[in-house]
Design a protein around this ligand. Structure first.
Ligand SMILES: N[C@@H](CCC(=O)N[C@@H](CS)C(=O)NCC(=O)O)C(=O)O
Length: 324
C-alpha cells in the first residue's frame, strides 16, 4: 500500500519532503490540506498538527520533515546525496535561527515591537556565511550535494521572495543565488509545486507526483544496454547505467521501457551505438523503487531508482535481433 502524505504546497518543510520523495522515486497518496481546516484524519495520525505528515502502510507515522527526508533516502539514494553530520548542524541553524529571523522579517506585523531591519541583517548575515560555503566547495557541506542542500533551499527561496532587493543586490550572495537557481531550474521544482485541491474524505485521491503512475509488477520491463556495459556489469556485480552516456548517479534513475516503447527508444538513442543488447527485466525482482514518470513530451516511461540487480534480468539478447 502506498504511504499517505499530508502536505501544504507552499510550506518549506513540506517542500523539502516532497523534493526527497521525488529524488527517491517514491509515489504517495497525496492529501493537500488547508492549514486553517486540517483534516481529522491528519490530526488523528499526528496531533501536533504540522505538515508534512507521512503515514506508512504499517500505520507508522513520520511527522517531522527531516525524518521524512531521511526515510525517503533510506528507500533509495540514486544520486548519492551525502547524508553527513555537517548537514545536521546547518539544518539546525536553518530551522532555528534562520527561520526565526525569516518569520520576523516577513511577518513583522505578527511580532509587535520587533525591528524588521535587525531581522533582515541577521538573516542576510547567515545567508552570507552559507554563500561562502558554496563558493568554497560547490555545495553547502562539500563538493557533493548533501541533505543540507536539499533541506535548506525552500527556506532560502522564501527569503528571496520576502526580500528580493536584499537577496539579489548583495555581491557576496552570488554563489548562493546560483545554488538556489539550480533547484529552481530543475524539472523537479515544477513537479513538486504541482497544485491540488484540498483533500476531503471520499473525494478524489490524487498521487504525488501527480504526473506519475505505479509500475505494474506483472509486465516485463526492458532496457537497451551497450554490450560492453552489460559485460562490465557481470564483473562488477551490478548494472548502473541510466541511458547511453549517462550513469545512474548522473540521471537519478535507470531509463526503462515497456515492450511497445523499445523500438522507438532504439531509434532515438541507440541506432548508431554498435553492439546493443535488450535486457528483459522482471520488475518483481528489483529492490529499488520503480515509478513511471512523464517524459518531456508527456509519454510515461518506467524508471528504476537504483542499480539493476543482475538476477532481475531474465534475458539479454542482441537488438535488433539478427535475422538468419
Ligand atoms: N518541525 C516541523 C515543522 C513543520 C511546520 O511548522 N509546518 C508548518 C507549515 S510551513 C505547519 O504545519 N504549521 C501548522 C499551522 O500553521 O497550523 C517539520 O520539520 O516538519
Amino acid at each position: 500500500m502506498q504511504p499517505t502524505l499530508y502536505s501544504f504546497r507552499r510550506c518549506p518543510y513540506a517542500m523539502r519532503a516532497r523534493w526527497a520523495l521525488l529524488q527517491a522515486g517514491l509515489l504517495v497518496q497525496w492529501r493537500e490540506i488547508a492549514l486553517k481546516a486540517k483534516p481529522q484524519e491528519m490530526l488523528d495520525a499526528s496531533p501536533k498538527g504540522t505538515v508534512p505528515v507521512l503515514v506508512l502502510g504499517d500505520g507508522s507515522v513520520i511527522d517531522e520533515s527531516l525524518e521524512l527526508m531521511r526515510w525517503a533516502f533510506a528507500q533509495a539514494n540514486p544520486r548519492h546525496l551525502v547524508l553527513n553530520g555537517a548537514s545536521t548542524a546547518l539544518i539546525a541553524e536553518n530551522d532555528g535561527a534562520f527561520k526565526f529571523h525569516l518569520d520576523r522579517f516577513k511577518y513583522t506585523d505578527r511580532y509587535p515591537g520587533e525591528s524588521r531591519q535587525n531581522h533582515q541583517q541577521a538573516g542576510l548575515g547567515i545567508l552570507r556565511v552559507w554563500s561562502d560555503r558554496v563558493a568554497a566547495d560547490g555545495w553547502l557541506t562539500g563538493p557533493q550535494m548533501s541533505l543540507a542542500d536539499g533541506a535548506l533551499w525552500p527556506f532560502v527561496r522564501q527569503w528571496r521572495i520576502a526580500d528580493p532587493d536584499g537577496f539579489d543586490d548583495d555581491a557576496r550572495l552570488t554563489p548562493l543565488r546560483q545554488w538556489l537557481q539550480h533547484f529552481l531550474d530543475s524539472p523537479d521544482f515544477e513537479r513538486l509545486m504541482q497544485r491540488a485541491d484540498p483533500w476531503s474524505p471520499g473525494g478524489h485521491q490524487p498521487v504525488f507526483p501527480a504526473d506519475a503512475i505505479p509500475v505494474p509488477l506483472d509486465q516485463p520491463l526492458f532496457h537497451l544496454a551497450l554490450a560492453s556495459d552489460w559485460r562490465a556489469a557481470q564483473t562488477s556485480g551490478g548494472y548502473s547505467v541510466s541511458t547511453r552516456g549517462l550513469t545512474l548517479a548522473q540521471a537519478g534513475f535507470i531509463h526503462c521501457s515497456w515492450e511497445h516503447q523499445v523500438q522507438g527508444t532504439f531509434q532515438r538513442f541507440y541506432r548508431d551505438a554498435g553492439e546493443v543488447l535488450l535486457l528483459q527485466i522482471n520488475p518483481a525482482d528489483v529492490a529499488a523503487p520503480l515509478r513511471a514518470d512523464a517524459s518531456p513530451c508527456g509519454e510515461l516511461f518506467p524508471h528504476l531508482y537504483g542499480a539493476l540487480p543482475l538476477l532481475a534480468v531474465s534475458a539479454a539478447k542482441r537488438y535488433p535481433q539478427e535475422t538468419a
